[in-house]
Design a protein around this ligand. Structure first.
Ligand SMILES: Nc1nc2c(c(=O)[nH]1)N[C@H]1C(S)=C(S)[C@@H](COP(=O)(O)O)O[C@H]1N2
Ligand SMILES: [Mo]
Length: 265
């Protein structure tokens, strides 16, 4: 891995030529990224958030400012020697076992819902895409915390590439695991979806994600609590409403344990 001093993005040091082409197909180069930013600024959701900050009460303005702030980042020296595995540690389905047996070479992430261009992204494409690395603290409501390093592709980049509709309000993460027949899923709003520290992580502490920590892909949404950090993400869906998705609460814990949908820290 090498650090590009200009962009701050960590790029894989060695990238097979075939993947460069795929990377361009996925991300579309810097020009498209800039075009994507314009599109996002033009979206009704972002506009209404911005005007809220401009006109509304102090309270609303503070809320907007706080939501966009970065979570604290730590140094390597701060990293926890042990980062425990929590919740489901293996989806345990035949489908997942088959994907894992092949080192996820046949895995694809589906990006769909309110997007102009639904995507299927392979793990190789994920590895070749621009990435961000961050050392952050994970806080679980069960009363433990751990500091770890996460590396992955900014979610906003993928949503822009898919041409997400300006009318989408939430991004839903569908996972490979279930508990007592209830599939794990989570959701976030557009402020968190486009937050610079919100990434779909392929790596933890410099290594590929282990099965226990959510291989091959998990969400890191650093301004929220542990249960929002969906592991085993298979599908990212842009929606206008959470109604009708599983229990309608926006997540597994929200539906089954009454946890707050917005778990801000
Ligand atoms: N798919 C899935 N994601 C999940 C869970 C889970 O059971 N299944 N548990 C959540 C909880 S409560 C926590 S604290 C973290 C634990 O992440 P870790 O196993 O990497 O420590 O994952 C979250 N994401
Ligand atoms: Mo948790």
């Amino acid at each position: 891995m090498s650090k590009d001093p200009n962009s701050g993005l960590i790029l894989p040091a060695e990238r097979p030529t075939s993947l460069v082409t795929r990377r361009n197909a996925l991300i579309g180069g810097a020009g498209l990224l800039l075009a994507g930013c314009d599109q996002i600024n033009a979206s009704p959701t972002v506009k209404s958030v911005l005007s809220l900050g401009e006109q509304a009460t102090h309270g609303a303005q503070r809320l907007v400012t706080d939501r966009n702030a970065l979570a604290r980042e730590f140094s390597r020296a701060d990293m926890s020697p042990v980062f425990r595995e929590n919740g489901n540690r293996n989806p345990g389905t035949p489908e997942y076992a088959a994907l894992a047996a092949n080192k996820f070479a046949d895995w694809t992430l589906v990006v769909d819902g309110m997007v102009a261009q639904p995507l299927r992204i392979s793990l190789a494409q994920m590895m070749a895409a621009p990435r961000r690395t961050q050392i952050t603290r994970h806080d679980c409501v069960e009363g433990w915390s751990a500091i770890g390093e996460w590396s992955g592709v900014p979610l906003g980049l993928i949503l822009r590439r898919a041409g997400m509709s300006g009318n989408a309000k939430y991004v839903v993460f569908h996972c490979a695991d279930s508990t007592n027949g209830a599939p794990y899923y989570e959701s976030i709003d557009m402020i968190d979806a486009f937050h610079p520290q919100t990434i779909l992580a392929t790596h933890m502490n410099g290594e590929l994600l282990t099965v226990g920590h959510g291989a091959p892909l998990r969400l890191r949404v650093e301004r929220q609590l542990g249960y929002k950090q969906a592991k085993y993400v298979m599908r990212v869906e842009a929606v206008a409403s959470l109604e009708g998705i599983h229990g309608g609460g926006g997540g597994y814990w929200e539906d089954h344990r009454g946890y707050q949908w917005f778990a801000g820290i």
